[in-house]
Design a protein around this ligand. Structure first.
Ligand code: BES
Ligand code: MN
Ligand code: ZN
Length: 489
């Protein structure tokens, strides 16, 4: 497991600056103003910062951008990283500044002179999130990371703001680790064991095995995993931080630990990316971890359907008809449209058992959402404007792209089957919408519901603002923010 880098806040100690041997980070205002500690650096370096602040290079830098001044005379530091940032930076600018510190640091010890930066805690969050590195499987890499000290004028206050953010970083790292982990290691058993271990931090965790799922009538979910050696499971994680007896918010995740497509086999090229097909379950797990670690005052239940979609002599065939827990029958036209088959049973179970105040499902559900929205936005679908807007607002504040797409009867009509209640694919047009329409058939009228298709955002091939290549952890921050807004304020 990747553990976040240790970050501590300290009082401004001007005497410590000259002798610090790692990298020093100084903030310079947009018009070149220097605060107390930056002035100290300037004096020690014989006017280096002021000269830099007057340079054309500095003038051309965008707010939040960084520039290294290497081996400064007068300091023991290997470099002074200058970041152009105003004292009252926005949350986004502060996080991005933190990310640029992390990116340049390469693991070196850091002394960040954030004295008067108002959102210093956000700088530390950006720094922490961008320090992520999935190096578990590189035998050469056993890098000792240097300590990070952030000097601020009110260390206790900033540390208090930073506490819940550290829980978020842990949640995001948990999600990223799950999503990055290859499928021979993150089997359904291993995934469930990692979730069961979260009992230690106060979550109630239950694992429903195949025999119980059969008793519950989850014929749709079970048909997906029946070609795999790994047993299918549903894991239920409960967090009781809110008022006793208050209906929980339900988070439901698609946890296909590997998606070969099944008998409707995917092409070989790029199939290795399907290790991330448990991304929805990964986000649900990361949110639950963050809620527990920060002691959220809300009732939330996370449910994940863990299966592996493999071709086999026992695998589901195209044309097979299965029966869902709800009782509706499904004609499996394409075994590669497996995510909806998993989700529909877990969603039905979540509503039957918990009568949630709202339900949000997350899934790397369709390639079509990548065609429509690329890697910038998740597809958002909902039956409830107010609930949906609460999510969209939270996502915007957290800088996690999300864009609502329509639902409608005409799309639902594409799911009509000749022999069963529905088929599992609606054809090529509007593939993400017909997938959402399929799920909607398993949402009760009284349940406010959001479906998030995260196929494009869960894992990416080029780095994002706060994450290196690979798993992003998209959604953990937004969902945590939404829960805080709806249930904790
Ligand atoms: N897991 C895939 C969707 C996916 C594609 C996720 C690319 C991430 C990147 C899903 O199970 C799938 O195979 N969907 C099919 C549906 C089709 C058969 C109706 C798809 O999108 O092609
Ligand atoms: Mn598939
Ligand atoms: Zn899939």
């Amino acid at each position: 497991m990747t553990t976040p880098r240790q970050i501590q806040f300290a009082e401004i100690d001007l005497n410590a600056i000259a002798d610090f041997e790692g990298r020093v980070v100084a903030f310079v205002g947009l018009d070149g103003q220097l605060d107390l500690s930056a002035r100290r650096v300037n004096r020690l370096t014989k006017n280096m910062l002021k000269r830099f602040a007057a340079s054309e290079t500095f003038e051309k830098m965008k707010p939040g951008e960084a520039h290294d001044l290497s081996y400064p005379v007068g300091l023991k530091a290997t470099a002074v990283q200058v970041i152009k940032l105003k004292r009252r930076a926005t949350q986004d600018e502060a996080r991005k500044a933190g990310a640029s510190i992390a990116k340049a640091s390469q693991g070196a010890a850091l002394l960040v002179l954030a004295g008067t930066i108002v959102k210093a805690a956000e700088v530390s969050l950006g720094l922490a999130l961008r320090c992520y590195d999935f190096s578990d499987h590189r035998s050469s890499e056993n890098q000792q990371l240097g300590a990070v000290t952030i000097m601020v004028s009110k260390p206790e206050e900033i540390a208090a703001q930073s506490g819940p953010m550290a829980a978020l970083t842990e949640g995001v790292f948990f999600t990223r680790d799950l999503v990055n982990e290859p499928a021979n290691i993150l089997t359904t058993d291993d995934f469930a064991a990692r979730l069961a271990a979260m009992q230690e931090i106060g979550l109630d965790v239950e694992i429903l095995e195949e025999d119980e799922l059969e008793k519950l009538g989850m014929g749709s979910l079970l048909c997906v995993g029946q070609g795999s050696r790994s047993p299918s499971k549903v894991v239920v994680m409960q967090w009781h931080g809110g008022p006793k007896g208050e209906a929980p918010l339900a988070l439901v995740g698609k946890g296909v630990v590997f998606d070969t497509g099944g008998i409707s086999l995917k092409p070989a090229a790029g199939m290795e990316d399907m290790t991330m097909d448990m991304g929805g379950a990964g986000v649900v797990s990361g949110v639950m971890r963050a809620l527990a670690l920060r002691g959220a005052k809300a009732n939330v239940v996370g449910l994940v359907g863990l299966v592996e979609n493999m071709p086999d002599g026992n695998a589901t065939r195209p044309g097979d008809v299965v029966k869902s827990m709800k009782g509706d029958t499904i004609e499996v036209i394409n075994t590669d449209a497996e995510g909806r088959l998993v989700l529909c049973d877990v969603m039905w179970y979540a509503q039957e058992r918990f009568k949630p105040s709202g339900m949000i499902d997350l899934a790397t559900l369709t390639g079509a959402v990548i065609i429509g929205l690329g890697h910038e936005n998740a597809g958002v679908f909902s039956n409830d404007n107010k609930f949906c807007n609460a999510f969209l607002k939270a996502a915007e504040i957290e800088g996690e792209g999300a864009w609502r797409l329509p639902l409608g009867q005409a799309y639902d009509d594409q799911l009509k089957s000749r022999i069963a209640d529905m088929k599992n694919v609606g054809g090529r047009p509007a593939g993400s919408i017909t997938a959402a329409q399929f799920l909607k058939r398993f949402v009760k009228d009284e349940t406010p519901w959001i479906h998030l298709d995260i196929a494009g955002v869960a894992s990416v091939t080029s780095e994002t603002a706060l994450a290196p290549k690979g798993a992003t952890g998209w959604g953990v921050l937004a969902l945590d923010r939404m829960i805080r807004n709806l249930h904790e304020s």
